[in-house]
Design a binder for this molecule. Structure first.
Ligand code: GLU
Length: 244
């Protein structure tokens, strides 16, 4: 079981077509299934119109997935339970700091000395995973991780929690995704260990670049699937263009 897990922050472009092809054909070639997951926990960036466009564009390209797709914004309670469990294990602490107050690089924090007052004043906070507590819990030292945010101030959860929870829930055995996410896999493996979730195998594919060798981004409007469709290209031609 694998998955394609786009975030609806814009229209899908050629880079997504390539990523989708990688995930769907990986499953197909092995007699497996590729599910579609909409990673839309970030209500500050995701829009329902882009979710609708994901279904339309993938369908137009000829991909098939079991219905219904999992839409993460409809399952925020599931992710809250993960936060609660890690909290019960004593592995999280509240972080009131803003980005500007944090040092560059690895961050290791401790509970805020003024925590009780700040909580009663309803100051916004994030939950961070304490690597020091994780090391004590696992009986290990020198884990090469920063104290990642597991519940953001503004959305109450995080990509890591939602993604790993759903990979476990959806019995994902093989994760096929872009190389840009490869550096996050080690941390996700740690989260899986803490939660007792199985660890899928990971394949990180290369990223499509434009003629200048830059990564394709959502602002490259000329390469959105819908604009190519409107220009008269066929799905086969678009998939053909979506190759490194
Ligand atoms: N939602 C992520 C993205 O659009 C993909 C995350 C993943 O595959 O783990 O980049």
């Amino acid at each position: 079981m694998t998955r394609f897990a786009p975030s609806p922050t814009g229209y899908l472009h050629l880079g997504h077509a390539y990523a989708a092809e990688q995930a769907f054909s990986y499953a197909q070639e092995r007699g497996g299934t590729c599910v579609l997951r909409i990673e839309d926990i970030d209500h500050t960036r995701c829009k329902p119109e882009y979710t609708k466009a994901i279904y339309e564009d993938l369908d137009w390209l000829g991909f098939d997935w079991p219905l219904p797709a999992r839409v993460q914004s409809q399952h925020l309670m599931d992710y809250q339970k993960v936060i609660d469990q890690l909290n019960d294990m004593g592995l999280l602490y509240r972080c009131f700091k803003t980005r500007k107050e944090l040092p560059d690089g690895v961050y290791r924090g401790t509970p805020d000395p003024d925590e009780a007052r700040r909580v009663s004043d309803h100051e916004a906070f994030a939950w961070r995973l304490s690597i020091a507590e994780v090391e004590a819990h696992l009986g290990e030292t020198d884990l090469p991780f920063t104290d990642e945010i597991l519940a953001r101030k503004d959305i109450g959860t995080s990509y890591h929690v939602a993604c790993c929870h759903d990979d476990a829930l959806q019995s994902i055995t093989h994760v096929v995704r872009g190389m840009d996410i490869a550096p996050l896999t080690g941390f996700q493996n740690l989260l899986q260990r803490l939660m007792g979730w199985p660890q899928p195998e990971y394949f990180h594919h290369e990223l499509l670049t434009n003629a200048q060798g830059e990564k394709l981004a959502k602002r490259n409007h000329d390469t959105t699937i819908r604009s190519l469709r409107d220009q008269g290209f066929t799905p086969a031609q678009v998939l053909d263009m979506a190759r490194p």
